[in-house]
Ligand binder design. Structure first.
Ligand code: ADP
Ligand code: ADP
Ligand code: ZN
Length: 216
C-alpha cells in the first residue's frame, strides 16, 4: 500500500504520517525532512537548499525526485510508503509515476487533507518538535502531557523550524495553490483521491484516514 498525503503547510501531513508509521509499520518519506538534513551540511547544495526553504519557495524537481528514487531503492520490508510533502508539482507527479513503475510499486490512495487557510497560519506558527525524537507538538493544540518534557522520549529540548514564520507560511500557501493543488486533477482522473476533513481533531483525522486505507 503506497499513499500520498497531500495538503498545504500545516495541514497535518507529518502528524498523520507519524501515526501511520506507528500503527502500520509504513515508511514515511518526507521530502521536507530529507531537505532539512541536506541543509545542515556545510556544502554548496546545503546552502542553496537552505536559502530556497527559508524563502518559502520550492526546491528543484530534480533534487527532490532523486531523493525519493534513492529512498525507494533502499526500502526494506515496510508494508508501504507514505509520501509526505511529495509530489508538489506536476513534474514531480510524473516523476513519481516513473519511479514507482521502476520499483514495481503502485499508488493506492491520494489523501487530501482539507484545512481552512486561516487555520494554517495558526498551525504552522504554533508548531514545535522534540529535538531528540522529532515528535511533533503545538503551542495550543498538542502540548506535551508534562510541560517541557517530550511524551515520547522524555527529552526537555525542543525546536522550531526557521521557515515557520507568518510571512513564509503565506508564500508557502501561495506555492501550494499555484503549483501543488493543480496535481489533484491528475489523480482525480484515476479515481484515487479521497478528501479528509483536516480541521477535525488529530485522532478523528486518523480515524478518517484509517477508513480510507481499509476501503481498498
Ligand atoms: P510543510 O510540512 O509545512 O508542508 P515541508 O516540511 O514539507 O513543509 O517542506 C518545507 C520546505 O521544503 C518547503 O517549503 C520547500 O521549500 C521544501 N520542500 C519540501 N518538499 C518539497 C518538494 N517535494 N518539492 C520542492 N520543495 C520541497
Ligand atoms: P504538515 O506536515 O502538513 O505541515 P504538521 O503535521 O506538522 O503539518 O502539523 C502542523 C501543526 O499543527 C503541528 O504543530 C501539529 O501538532 C498541529 N496539528 C496537526 N494536526 C492537527 C489537527 N487535526 N488539529 C489541530 N492541530 C493539528
Ligand atoms: Zn522526544
Amino acid at each position: 500500500m503506497n499513499i500520498i498525503l497531500l495538503g498545504p503547510p500545516g495541514a497535518g501531513k507529518g502528524t498523520q504520517a507519524n501515526l501511520l508509521v506507528e500503527h502500520h509499520g509504513m515508511l514515511q518519506l518526507s521530502t521536507g525532512d530529507m531537505l532539512r538534513e541536506t541543509r545542515k551540511a556545510d556544502t554548496e547544495l546545503g546552502r542553496r537548499v537552505a536559502a530556497v526553504m527559508d524563502a518559502g519557495e520550492l526546491v528543484s524537481d530534480e533534487i527532490v525526485s532523486a531523493m525519493i528514487d534513492a529512498k525507494l531503492a533502499d526500502m526494506g520490508d515496510e508494508v508501504g510508503a507514505i509520501f509526505d510533502g511529495y509530489p508538489r508539482t506536476e513534474a514531480q507527479a510524473h516523476s513519481l509515476d516513473d519511479i514507482l513503475a521502476k520499483h514495481d510499486r503502485k499508488l493506492d490512495h491520494v489523501i487530501e487533507l482539507v484545512v481552512d487557510e486561516e487555520a494554517l497560519v495558526d498551525r504552522v506558527t504554533g508548531r514545535f518538535t522534540c529535538a531528540n525524537c522529532g515528535e511533533g507538538y503545538h503551542d495550543r493544540h498538542k502540548l506535551p502531557a508534562k510541560e517541557g518534557v517530550c511524551d515520547k522520549c522524555g527529552s526537555t529540548e525542543f525546536k522550531r523550524r526557521a521557515d515557520d514564520t507568518e510571512d513564509t507560511v503565506r508564500t508557502r500557501m501561495n506555492e501550494y495553490r499555484a503549483k501543488t493543488a493543480p496535481i489533484l486533477p491528475i489523480y482525480d482522473a484515476r479515481g484515487i483521491v479521497q478528501r479528509v476533513d483536516g480541521m477535525a481533531a488529530i485522532d478523528d483525522v486518523t480515524t478518517a484516514i484509517e477508513k480510507v486505507l481499509a476501503s481498498a
